[in-house]
Ligand binder design. Structure first.
Ligand code: URA
Ligand code: CA
Length: 433
């Protein structure tokens, strides 16, 4: 087989076979196929697309390019959730304990990463003593015992995807639905998921800005999952404004604690119930999505979800008492209000810009080397559609510096107020089951 012939085949709109896709991914991973040929193929895929079978083959070839996590020793159906990324997205912190409280095993591998706030592990490290440096056996034992544990990313997972994503980034081939869908799905499958729930965000703060693109990506991923034997469902959710109120690490832990008791922001709670219902249903712990939702509401109301969070934290060295006394979380030195300059209705909160404001305060990493300040961040006091009076707080800044003029400016520029009434945005734009 010659790579040049396969590039030509795809360029002319023909379908690659399973053997051909395996040859390409193996060769690219081991270096026998150079970047320039892989770039040409990616561009051909960008223009000609891929069939369902090609997408499934590409996904599994990338899964098999490196290590895979074996969760077979964990009882039950392991359901993983993936979000395409947003601003102040506290769902992972809530969903873990929430679904574990109805006996769905949550074996979560998580990272730190760059962004407006830290990753899930950074957020959890806001809790004194909590650590993810556990070995595989301990991880498996903890999930069997408590139904939930989190471990840091380890192993050489999907090296083909890593290399291809970097190449696509510099060859204008990121925005290809078949390539994005197989990239995301390969990582979830390599991490050991039996079933997958996807939260595809749409709106200004999202990777997929338009609803049509988000829907197409969600559908593509659901079909890949189902075609390779992993039951998959998706939710298309709004990221035109940040989710919930908190954007920051300790602040989001606090928000998760509230939400686990049904006292959190309504949008965050609703999204957790929609995603959580899919997780519980796919894990075989409910008869229907409606039944799953009822079970989740029950554990929010009877304290079991919060108790599960405490047990999980303590099992990994954390101070579980924070669930009843969040004042033990890291506290910022200064609390500064950003007050509305006029009366009206909040008409827009540009999610990614507000996320950047939180990052400048120190809540997230701009580069891999940046240090995170777990205590700082923003609390939105108003969301789109809310009425606001001049002088009322729009946002509270939690900061360790008084030099916040620049952050204030970003907030004013990206939290727009109109004289006319504004409708609350729709949160769940669609579900694919
Ligand atoms: N996120 C991924 O993991 N892969 C892509 O290709 C795009 C976004
Ligand atoms: Ca939030």
């Amino acid at each position: 087989m010659r790579m040049v012939d396969l590039i030509e085949k795809k360029r002319d709109g023909h379908v690659l076979t399973t053997e051909e896709i395996n040859f390409i991914v193996d060769g690219f991973t081991n270096g026998s196929i150079p970047d320039y040929q892989m770039s040409a193929l990616s561009m051909a895929i960008f223009f000609k697309g891929m069939t369902e079978q090609e997408r499934a083959d590409l996904t599994m070839a990338m899964v098999n390019s490196g290590d895979t996590i074996d969760l077979a020793d964990i009882e039950g159906i392991k359901v993983d959730k993936h979000s395409t990324g947003g601003v102040g997205d506290t769902t992972t912190l809530v969903l873990g304990p929430l679904v574990a409280a109805v006996d769905v095993p949550v074996a979560k591998m998580s990272g730190r990463g760059l962004g407006h706030t830290g990753g899930t592990i950074d957020k959890l490290e806001a809790i004194e003593g909590f650590h993810v440096e556990i070995d595989n056996q301990e991880f498996i034992d903890l999930v069997n015992k408590n139904k939930i544990a989190v471990i840091g990313q380890s192993g050489n997972l999907t090296p083909a995807d890593k290399k291809l994503y970097a190449l696509r980034d510099v060859t204008a081939t990121v925005d290809s639905i078949p390539l994005i869908a197989s990239s995301i799905m390969s990582k979830k499958i390599a991490a050991g998921a039996d079933a997958i729930v996807l939260d595809v965000k749409t709106g200004a703060g999202a990777f997929m800005k338009s609803f049509d693109d988000a829907k197409e990506l969600a559908g593509a991923m659901v079909r890949i999952g189902n075609n390779v034997g992993r039951n998959t469902m998706a939710v298309i959710s709004d990221m035109s404004q940040p989710l919930g109120y908190a954007i920051g690490n300790a602040l989001e832990v606090q928000e998760a604690i509230d939400t686990l008791q049904g006292k959190g922001p309504k949008d965050l709670e609703e999204l957790c119930l929609v995603l959580g219902s899919q997780m519980v249903f796919l894990a075989g712990k409910a008869e229907s999505l409606e039944d799953a939702r009822e079970k989740l509401i029950e554990v929010m109301n009877n304290g079991k979800a919060l108790e599960k969070f405490k047990v999980f934290l303590e099992a990994q060295g954390g101070d579980g008492s924070i669930v009843h006394d969040p004042s033990k979380l890291p506290q910022a030195k200064y609390v500064i209000e950003v007050e509305a300059k006029e009366d009206g209705y909040v008409s827009e909160i540009v999610a990614d810009e507000i996320g950047t404001a939180a990052m400048i305060l120190g809540a997230g990493r701009a580069t891999k080397e940046s240090e995170i300040d777990l205590a700082v961040g923003l609390m939105l006091r108003k969301k789109v559609g809310d009425k606001v009076a001049k002088g009322e707080s729009l946002v509270t800044m939690y900061t360790n510096t008084e030099d916040v003029e620049k952050v204030k400016e970003i907030i004013y520029a990206n939290m727009k107020i109109s004289k006319e009434e504004v409708a609350e945005p729709v949160l769940v734009h669609g579900v694919i089951t």
